[in-house]
Write a protein that binds this ligand. Structure first.
Ligand code: PLP
Length: 404
């Protein structure tokens, strides 16, 4: 009789956003006349930039002609896209990354889960708390997290690094030594960042203890402050201890189109084995790259028009973030984030848990947000609103919150 991966049975309920979707569906069914505004799920609302659409059309036409038709993409991704990434995301910031250190994928979500395939089961992970739930969930699936402790809403073998108002939402070096450290800056859900010198401390620490950092920079396009690094490789010594995840979802609206990449430096090794070679093998076997057409669309993001147009989209969302921050502040909420990230993090009113506030906002203002506790135990008492709505809906939502 075949056996299943029993680690999946340990997963707690369904994924946060499925729970939210269920609650919202029930509410809409009971209140069909209500205009529900979603500032909840981290999905974009602006259409793909014209430069991207143009590149997509061109690539589709190429696929229709025998001379320009493309079959399987190269394992690591097409060189035209990897060169654009190397030059624009790294060289332009004074960082040297080789083409064979860049692996094109179908997004940072897949990569953040799949990267675990190259690590042994008995590694101990450390995560920012709260954080994007995929890191913990995929480690549960891989059997690395130990047992779930219901009273603490946490896993016995995970090192949680609380990020709360008390430490300005920046994790501190943990007392216990982890093997794999997940860092996500700008952070989802808190919208917080750390400075280059703070990140350098993490790099120095990881090199000292022999840990690997998985650095999720999916929101780097939203960074507005000078002292916040866009890549972990801006720090000295990061190539011997860090893998970086990137996405085209939030900077260019590819959430439905799917495109991302991972950087695995050749200097990175464990007991003489190069992680770059392992990941190349994994990538070549369990392919999770992207189609030619989509890689051409990604290349267009780096064209002059593409850069200008996607920058405008980021500015559009950040204007929403400003509206949310100012509106919430004037309504008496304590807020953070929203300056280098499309996420605004607010403290729930006295006596209300994150889920209480979710229900309160849905029932009384017909607004969908995300309960902080869904991102980790230290997210309790907080709530996330995203700037990814339309300008009109953002204004409407804030007016409703002010009227509560
Ligand atoms: N990483 C973080 C921190 C995210 O918040 C998200 C999506 O919300 C992703 C990765 C997913 O990125 P992608 O759409 O490229 O899979």
């Amino acid at each position: 009789m075949y056996k299943i991966n029993e680690n999946y049975l340990k997963l707690q309920g369904s994924y946060l956003f499925s729970n939210i979707a269920k609650k919202v569906a029930l509410f809409k069914e009971a209140n069909p006349d209500k205009d529900v505004i979603s500032l909840g799920i981290g999905d974009v609302t602006q259409p793909l930039a014209p430069a991207v659409i143009k590149a997509l059309h061109k690539a589709v036409d190429e696929m229709a002609q025998a001379e320009t038709f493309r079959g399987y993409a190269p394992d690591l991704g097409y060189e035209f896209l990897r060169s654009a990434i190397r030059d624009n995301d790294y060289k332009a910031r004074g960082v040297d990354i080789d083409l064979d250190e860049i692996f094109i994928s179908d997004g940072a979500k897949s990569d953040s889960g799949n990267i675990g395939d190259i690590f042994a089961e008995n590694n101990r992970i450390a995560v920012c708390d709260p954080v994007y739930p995929v890191y913990v969930d995929t480690n549960v699936m891989a059997g690395r997290t130990g047992e779930y402790i219901a009273e603490k809403e946490s896993w016995s073998n995970v090192i949680y690094m609380p990020c709360t108002k008390g430490n300005n939402f920046a994790p501190q070096i943990p007392k216990e030594t982890p093997d794999i450290i997940y860092l996500c800056f700008p952070n989802n859900p808190t919208g917080s960042t750390i400075t280059k010198s703070q990140l350098q401390e993490w790099v120095d620490y990881a090199n000292k203890v022999g840990a690997v950092i998985i650095y999720d920079a999916a929101y780097e396009a939203y960074i507005s402050e000078e002292n916040v690094p866009h890549s972990i490789y801006e720090c000295d010594g990061a190539k011997t201890c860090a893998i970086e995840l990137r996405s085209f979802s939030k900077n260019a609206g590819f959430t439905g189109t799917r495109l991302g990449f991972t950087v695995v430096p050749k200097e990175l090794e464990s007991n003489g084995t190069k992680l770059n070679a392992l990941w190349a093998r994994r990538h070549g076997t369990k392919f999770n790259g992207a189609p030619y057409i989509i890689q051409r669309a990604g290349e267009a993001v780096y064209s002059e028009d593409g850069k200008a147009q996607t920058k405008q989209q980021v500015a559009y969302y950040m204007n929403n973030a400003k509206i949310i921050i100012e509106g919430l502040k004037s309504a008496g909420f304590s807020v953070s984030g929203g300056v280098n990230a499309p996420y605004v993090w607010l403290e729930t009113p006295e006596g209300m848990t994150s889920w209480d506030f979710f229900d309160y906002l849905l029932n009384n203002a017909n607004i969908v947000g995300t309960p902080g506790s869904g991102f980790g135990p230290s997210g309790e008492g907080y709530f996330r609103l995203t700037a990814f709505g339309t300008h009109e809906n953002t204004l409407k939502a804030i007016d409703r919150i002010k009227a509560l």
